[in-house]
Design a protein around this ligand. Structure first.
Ligand code: SF4
Ligand code: SF4
Length: 483
């Protein structure tokens, strides 16, 4: 057992209101500068929809992530031949049109225009070339709230499943906030010929060393989530840094701190770095369970011993025990990785959406589960859609998570109305009264310090040698080094 620590974010999709406050706070802090105008390290997509960059989930086109080759993993786009050929040209990288041409408006003209018979206007101009833009063709959020539109929603890669397409006309719209997943097996790290990308040993945050990056852009191609961007001004790669200067001092990320819906939870997971590659070679529908199996119980004395041996501090161990992320991901098993079939073991997790609970009026007498909620298979977000997004196509994984969410609602409704429900409602979903109350608290009442349990780094007290040993470069690199 090789115990490592990872700082992780969980998103509760039921609670995201699509306000984009998170994106704006991130933009204002990190990407409000030359060359980074088109970058949104945090973005919020409307689903179904094409997302940002457009159709990022289409790995037929972008060739991101890993594939299984025999019993091994290999980057989808790379072997030795293509690596050399692609040194100066990345054929699979999204183009600026796939993101959008960043623009601003000439507001100065409103006050400074010369006298004229015409009303002055603030024309749109490109932030890259400075040229006027006659017609804006796209934005980071272009299909926002338009999931009903045939043009955008029908191109959603998760709608390729026939069963899901059939249910499309009754589909519910939801939001999907996205940051870099700070994966356990980051494709960006594995692809970089200059070794500019690295995964920090102490907290698992994936960073680009700006002094080492040569701008080859392999990482941009290899990341299946399209969360590494190329800065056209500096000629270097850039990505979400999980607000490490904030996290190191025990504060949560700007996106999580500003989140209006309080949908985000930040905390520590301890995981076993041994055997990660083997776990990722299973079939798509086994990957959620395989990933969960690597997450370790922080209360287990053997895990604690292994953690101390690897230099994980007492403060981090304490945070791992109190981690809201552990509760949601492992204890309840309701937070799931985004597209686990990309095989990078993403470390951002999503609680699938259940809403709206009453979707089909008129027929509710046929649909009600426990007398108040439509039957699972009649919820407006088709199980197949969520399974494609969060479970490698495994319907049971989603059903299990949704059953817990339904049982919780039924139970709490009974509690609040003074008409307690049958204990079987909870036990059938694998919960009891105490665990239901714990989950309810986390979803509704938990304050900042319960939603975000972030230990400070105390870098000044750490043994630099130990830190060096811990330094991680992703699982493939670990395997290579061990050989
Ligand atoms: S999502 Fe994963 S592969 Fe993509 S940039 Fe982040 S760590 Fe790298
Ligand atoms: S701030 Fe929170 S609620 Fe608003 S869009 Fe971002 S994740 Fe969703």
């Amino acid at each position: 057992m090789d115990v490592r620590a990872q700082i992780v974010m969980v998103f509760n999709l039921d609670k995201c209101i699509g306000c984009h406050t998170c994106s704006i706070s991130c933009k204002n802090i990190w990407t409000d500068r030359k060359g980074a105008e088109y970058m949104w390290w945090n973005n919020v997509e409307t689903k179904p929809g094409v997302g940002y960059p457009k159709q990022w989930e289409n790995q037929q086109r972008f060739k991101g992530g890993f594939v299984v080759d025999g019993k091994k993993l290999r980057l989808k786009a790379m072997g030795k031949g293509p690596t050399l050929l692609n040194m100066f040209f990345q054929p699979n990288m999204p183009k600026i049109e796939d993101y959008y041409e960043p623009f601003d408006f000439d507001y100065g003209n409103l006050a400074g225009a010369k006298d004229s018979d015409d009303q002055p206007v603030a024309r749109a101009f490109s932030q890259i070339s400075g040229d006027d833009i006659d017609e804006i063709q796209g934005g980071p959020n272009w299909d926002d709230d338009l999931s009903g539109s045939q043009i955008y929603a029908a191109k959603d890669m998760n709608l390729q499943d026939k069963q899901v397409v059939d249910q499309y006309d009754t589909m519910f719209m939801q939001y999907l906030p996205r940051i870099c997943n700070h994966c356990l097996n980051p494709a960006c790290v594995a692809s970089c010929p200059s070794r500019a990308l690295y995964k920090r040993g102490e907290d698992g945050i994936v960073l680009v060393d700006q002094n080492v990056c040569k701008g080859w852009r392999f990482c941009t191609s290899a990341c299946p989530y399209k969360k590494v961007y190329f800065n056209w001004q500096s000629g270097k790669a850039e990505k979400c840094i999980f607000c490490y200067p904030r996290v190191e001092s025990g504060q949560c990320n700007a996106c999580a701190h500003s989140c209006v819906g309080r949908i985000r939870y930040v905390g520590v997971l301890l995981y076993d770095a041994d055997g990660v590659e083997a776990s990722l070679t299973g079939s798509d529908d086994q990957l959620v369970d395989a990933q969960r199996a690597h997450i370790l119980d922080p209360r287990d004395p053997k895990v604690q011993e292994g953690a101390r041996k690897n230099g994980i501090t007492e403060q981090w161990l304490e945070a791992a025990v109190k981690s809201p992320v552990y509760t949601l991901v492992k204890e309840f098993g309701i937070a799931l990785p985004l597209h686990p079939e990309f095989r990078t073991m993403p470390m951002a997790y999503y609680i699938p959406s259940l809403s709206p609970v009453l979707s089909v009026f008129g027929e509710t007498h046929k649909l009600l589960e426990h007398g108040m909620i439509p039957a699972l298979e009649k919820l407006r977000v088709p199980i197949g859609y969520l399974a494609s997004l969060l479970a490698g196509g495994n319907h049971q994984v989603i059903e299990k998570a949704l059953r817990k969410l339904i049982a919780l609602r039924v139970f709490m409704r009974g509690e609040n109305l003074g008409a307690p429900v049958d204990a079987a409602v909870l036990s059938d979903a694998g919960m009891d009264r105490a665990s239901a109350l714990k989950l309810y608290r986390l979803f509704t009442l938990a304050g900042y310090n319960e939603r975000n349990v972030i230990p400070a780094q105390q870098r000044e007290d750490q043994d630099p040698e130990k830190r060096k040993q811990q330094a991680g470069f992703g699982i493939l690199e670990k395997t290579r080094r061990a050989k």
